[in-house]
Every structure is written in C-alpha cells, then in structure tokens.
Design a binder for this molecule. Sequence first.
Ligand code: PLP
Length: 413
Amino acid sequence: ASFFPGIKELPPDPLFGLKARYTADSRADKVDLGIGAYRDENGKPWILPAVRQAEAKLVASPDYNHEYLSIGGYEPFVKEAAKIILGEDSLAIKEGRIVSQQSLSGTGALHLTGLFLKTFYSGEHTIYLSKPTWANHNQIFTSVGFKVESYPYWNNETKSLDLDGFLNAIRSAPKKSVFLLHACAHNPTGLDPTQSQWTTILKELDNNNHLVLFDSAYQGFASGNLEKDGFAIRHAINDKLINSPIIICQSFAKNCGMYGERVGAVHVITPPGATGEAVAPVLRAIKSQLNKIIRSELSNPPAYGAKIVAAILSDKDLKKQWQDDLTTMSSRIIKMRHSLRDLLTNELKTPGNWDHIVNQTGMFSFTGLTPEMVARLEEKHGVYLVSSGRASVAGLNEGNINKVAQAIDEVVR
Ligand code: PLP
C-alpha cells in the first residue's frame, strides 16, 4: 500500500455494474434494457448481413493480412467515413478544409479531440455538455484537464427541449468555449432538436464564437436514413453557419454493429474562407499533431474493423445491403416504441402520458421512471435499466414486451 498511498477501490461503472447484476440474476424471464447495443427480435446480438459479406470478402482477398496500419489509420476507411458523415457533395471536402484521423471508436475520438484541444485550442478550455448527457463525456473531458459545464437540454416537465435554457447558456458561456452536441439520437433522452431548432442553436453558437464538437454515434441507426441523421452536421457546414473550426467524433459501433472492434474517426473542419492550398499547411500541421498523439497512445489504430467498414462503404452492393440493415434495426426499434406506448396507454391504462416513448429517437427512451421505480423494476421484475430511467429500446422484443409493460405498470401505480 505504501507504493500507492491513498489508493481506493472505485465502485463499478454504473452501466457495466448493471450488466454484472443482470448476468448474475437467475430469473429466466429477466430483461436487459441497460447497455446501448442492438438486439434482434430474439434478444440476441446481431451481425449485420453487410458486415458478414464484407468480412467474407476481406478474408478471401489475397491481400488480407494483419500488418500494422499507418499512424493515421486505414486511408480508404477515413476517406469513406468523411463522405458518409458529411455527404458526397460536402463543401468541406470540395474546398479541401478537412483532415481526418482514425480513432478507437467514438470514445477514442472524443479523448483524442480533448487532448488535441487542450494543447492547441486558443479559446476556453471549458466544454459544455447537455444536461443530461452520456456519462462518459464528463469523465473523458475531465481526464484531459478540461473544465466541464452543462447546458440545459431536457425539460422534465414537458419532456421536450429546453431551447431557451440552451440558448441562454450559449450566450452566457465565455466566448470561444467548446460545445458538445449530439449529432442525432441524443443519449440518454432520445430527444433531438427539430431542423429549425438546429438552425437557431447553430447560429447562436456562431454568434458567440464557440467551437462546435459533434458527437456522431448513431448516424443511420436513429432514423434508418444517413442523410437525415447527418442533418445538423451537414447544415452547419454546407450552409456556412459556423465560422470556427468544427470537430466531428464519429463512431461505427452502433450503425455497423461493430461495438467491440472500435471503429471510429475524428474529422477536423476548418472554417469557411481559406480553401485549398491556403489552408493545406494548417491541415498538415493538425494531422501531424493528431498523429503524434496516436503514436504515443496506440501507436496505430486497429485494422480489422476499419477494413470491414471501408469494404462496405466503398462497394455499391455492400453499401446497399448496409442501408437495408440500418432500416431493419431502426424500424424494429420504432415498432417496439409503438408497441410499448400502446400497451401502456391503451391496454393497461397505466397512469401518465407515454407518447414521449414514440416521439423519442434512436437506441434509448428516457422513460420518466424515477430511480425508486427503476430499483423496483429490477428487484421485483428482473427488468434492468439505468437509474436515470433510460431504457435501451433495442432490448425489447415480441417475447418480452408484455412482461416489461406489465412491470412498468406495476411500479408506476
Ligand atoms: N457518444 C455517445 C453519445 C454514445 O452513446 C456512445 C456509446 O454509447 C459513444 C459516443 C461512443 O461509443 P464507442 O466508443 O463504442 O464508439
């Protein structure tokens, strides 16, 4: 103990702790609505057909090997990844205002961004996160030395966006702060701004010279439509709403079902104005500094998942299959949302209004259940969700939804 004075064991991570309790539960009809991973109609992990096909093609190729990638990552992957998030006809790509680096999925992208900004950003080293947000955001940015603040987002009474609170926070934050925005399928609330609210929010961010950091972990997974889920990012860039750099942290964990393979990227987009050769030296400098961080942290990014995603994105047929897979996942989730709302509202006549379940989007529903109700769901019914009341809708299926609705009804009454 003298070598590590004062060291204390920390409680388990809330989400992974929940998973451990679920695994240890011997009830046959237990239900896991905790972790944000897609499950098929039988409650099982799903390997996307597009991924299976890309994998088979990759492994059969005479060039297949397990060599190191370069420090920047797998070039075909980062190029295609940029096109997917920004759109083929993106102004940033056309004008040569983008630099991309492969990362360890979305988490690694955020961490890399934090380290980069801490060293090089001339503005405030304060990051504003939505209240509430994905719990890891706070840890990631605290660990790299950022000051973490929050902006109002979710109005619990109306179960809608607190737009005025959000805009006030943008105005009162020190100029040139960093604002983290969930690009779509906000975690944990499932509530996204409307397109016109996005315009208002982005303009206000620009008026106050803040740096915009988009966290894009659910593109295509939320609505099934890559363009729709990329709206906020594409709007900010193509309509030149933001005159500071924009950084995008992109994950393929959810939309390709490649959770454990850690496929992601960071894209830095320089402001409108300087294009082509005028901005190339800055982009090269950014790239080299991102490379330096990657070299010391992981030496080079993992290859396998990036090669699979690159194979999907660069092949017309595989891409079409992927689009179908996105529709399969998103429509099953939307169907479960409707079933749950209908069971609670029409069949069980559970007290309260449950329309928010169908109005929310993406993996999660912020149910409005209190921590006490959530605890009772777990103890009495073997239905597991995080204490905030966030339920992973992907964990619902025809086989367990009646049980879950009845359990919710019981704890609410
Ligand atoms: N950002 C948000 C909002 C998330 O919900 C997640 C995963 O749950 C991530 C980023 C990062 O995920 P990963 O590191 O698995 O790509």
